[in-house]
Design a protein around this ligand. Sequence first.
Ligand code: LLP
Length: 419
Amino acid sequence: MSNLLSKEFNHFYLEDCNLNKIAEEIGTPCYIYSKKQILENYARLSEALAGIDHLICFAVKSNSNLSILKLFSELGSGFDTVSGGELLRVQSINADNNKVVFSGVGKNEDEILIGLRNGIHCFNIESEQELLFINKIAKDQNLTANISIRVNPNVDAKTHPYISTGLKENKFGIDQLDALKIYKQAASLSNISIKGIDCHIGSQITSFQSFNDAFKIIAELIINLESENIFIEHIDIGGGIGISYENESIPSLTEYAQIIRNTLGAFNKKIILEPGRLLIGNAGILLTKVQFTKDNQLKSFAIVDSAMNDLMRPSLYNAYHKIINLTHSDQNINKLFDIVGPICETGDFLGKDRTMNLNQNDLLAILDCGAYGFSMSSNYNTRPRAAEIMVDGNSYSIIRHRERFEDLIKNELSCLNQK
Ligand code: LLP
């Protein structure tokens, strides 16, 4: 079983809340987060970084629920955003703009304006054209854009190819060999202020050697910059620390902090981190109910009421999430099940080849869904997105209502009525 859930008299609890009861009251599918686990994750990272001048900027894309952003903000966290929408989300919880960075390869004019007008801490620049574009917009507005250059260090993060970002073949960042030239150019622009250097090599990284290699390249670049009289204030080392989904062993955060000290410590600059998964991944579960089961000669299927539109990671990356039966956890008549959704695609699965005992109406918990779960969900097959709930001790609150059919069609309905 997971560390997150506990079991008492055949009932499963998240913190002190009975999950079967939440399912009855709220319905399924629903995402449920543990506040306690989020606080623990944040404290663990902060403690590991003790002694390093740092700023944690939670990666909003991993989970952008306003209540969760608010919680991080109260903890003192800043935010890593990648779109105008995410910038507006952090505005709506009154985040400290001095702690907001804006990443992403294709920022458009409207998005840049949102960042500029709110005076965010930094734009992470991904191309020469973007640098010139931001300078022009800032000039028109009579404002100055704070920037870092995102360097592509050509380091293999040894993760799923879709979420590896630090190799030459990936669209991200500016080639390490061109970075110095672009920094010099940035220094010459009227409405640009150079604040830092940035790199993010990928996500779900379990080999910390990759961080070490990337940070060393950043260190070399900082030395080269200084020899050109370009001085930076911060080093943004991105996110990417992996979590254990299937009992993978992950090096400790102490080790991660030691890598930072060894490679970048000598510069005495503020370290910005952009963790997402590490802070929220293990704090969330997806509750779902078995609708039907059926067998053929090869295997059995449990058709549940959540699907790839609710949790896309298994379909998209063949990602593994542990699945626990909260109703029949003790019986040992086990069969080989695929846990699948109702969507009309064979790729719609949440777990494959799981040896379990599953029956109609059983309540299941899909674990480690706090990051890139709800935030990647969609309305495919006109399925309303799930409710989101936050548990805190023995009480829980809805932090996002389940979507209704009316929410899904309202932008179309208004067009229909025009005709
Ligand atoms: N900073 C930047 C610039 C990023 O692109 C990302 C994630 C992060 C920080 C946060 O990375 P984390 O600490 O969460 O690994 N949907 C995928 C993950 C995509 C990650 C994209 N970038 C998944 O479900 O595994």
